[in-house]
Unconditional design. Structure first.
Length: 261
């Protein structure tokens, strides 16, 4: 009995460690897991313990085995939070504005903590992605530029070293990009000067992170989100008069209360 209880405890411990790798972005969607042998050595357990932990994750849809290829991380964590919000965001502009308002707070925080906590490797990735943004802008490759933009925001979220920020960021950002993207290139197709503005904003943001100036990084990110929000509202014919403009419009629509109330 004690042996079986001990085995269950070891499986549970390994599974929790694997879950941490999923949550903190170490194992992102599409990542191939290390072999059972490598994981057994890393966790200091037998291979059958690793195998059972992986089976439990697979039963929950978090990883999936591909015949002859190995075990891979699914996108369950990402899609599980988003659905069924996607169509609601598309159909209700006021909700879209609320999510952008939330994104302003969320990404401001990820930038702040990235400036404090990013590792040297993460700073190098951020620097490389800024260079990629500059290269794609020079080539006027809007699709590649938009892809580098999305990757940069993801890396900044990872560099915050907060599992909840990373999970929420991935979910909300994916939800928004699905509905503000035009022909796969986002805001850059809406206006001729959008790419120049976005590149300058990303430079300012990343310079603050690389210099480890948290407050400047947060301000730069929020300025960037404000710009995105204004352009999205313009696209949908909605005035952008401040952070609570959608709520103000809704409030103005409320009927006046009777005089005897």
């Amino acid at each position: 009995m004690r042996d079986r209880a001990g085995a269950r405890g070891r499986v549970e411990t390994v599974m929790r460690q694997m879950e941490t790798s999923l949550l903190d972005g170490t194992w992102r969607a599409g990542t191939k897991l290390p072999s059972e042998r490598v994981l057994a050595q890393e966790y200091g357990v037998a291979r059958n313990t690793v195998r059972e932990a992986i089976q439990r994750l697979a039963a929950r849809g978090l990883v999936a085995s591909r015949a002859g290829a190995g075990v891979f991380v699914t996108d369950q964590l990402r899609t599980g939070f988003v659905s069924p919000w996607g169509q609601l965001v598309a159909d209700h502009p006021a909700l879209r504005d609320d999510i952008l308002e939330f994104r302003r707070v969320l990404e401001g925080a990820t930038a702040y903590f990235a400036a404090m906590r990013a590792s040297d490797d993460e700073l190098a990735r951020i620097r490389a992605l800024v260079q990629e943004l500059e290269r794609t802008r020079a080539c006027d490759d809007k699709a590649a530029e938009a892809a580098a933009d999305a990757k940069l925001h993801e890396v900044i979220a990872q560099a915050s070293h907060n599992a909840m920020f990373l999970h929420l960021h991935t979910s909300v950002l994916g939800m928004l990009r699905e509905h503000i993207t035009i022909n796969g290139t986002g805001l850059r197709e809406q206006n001729a000067d959008a790419s120049d503005h976005l590149l300058l904003q990303h430079r300012t943001l990343c310079e603050a992170i690389l210099a480890r100036r948290p407050e400047e990084a947060r301000t730069a990110m929020q300025t960037h989100i404000d710009f995105v929000r204004t352009r999205v509202n313009e696209e949908h014919g909605m005035p952008a008069t401040g952070p609570t403009s959608a709520k103000k419009r809704r409030a103005r629509k409320k009927p006046a209360a009777p005089e005897d109330c």
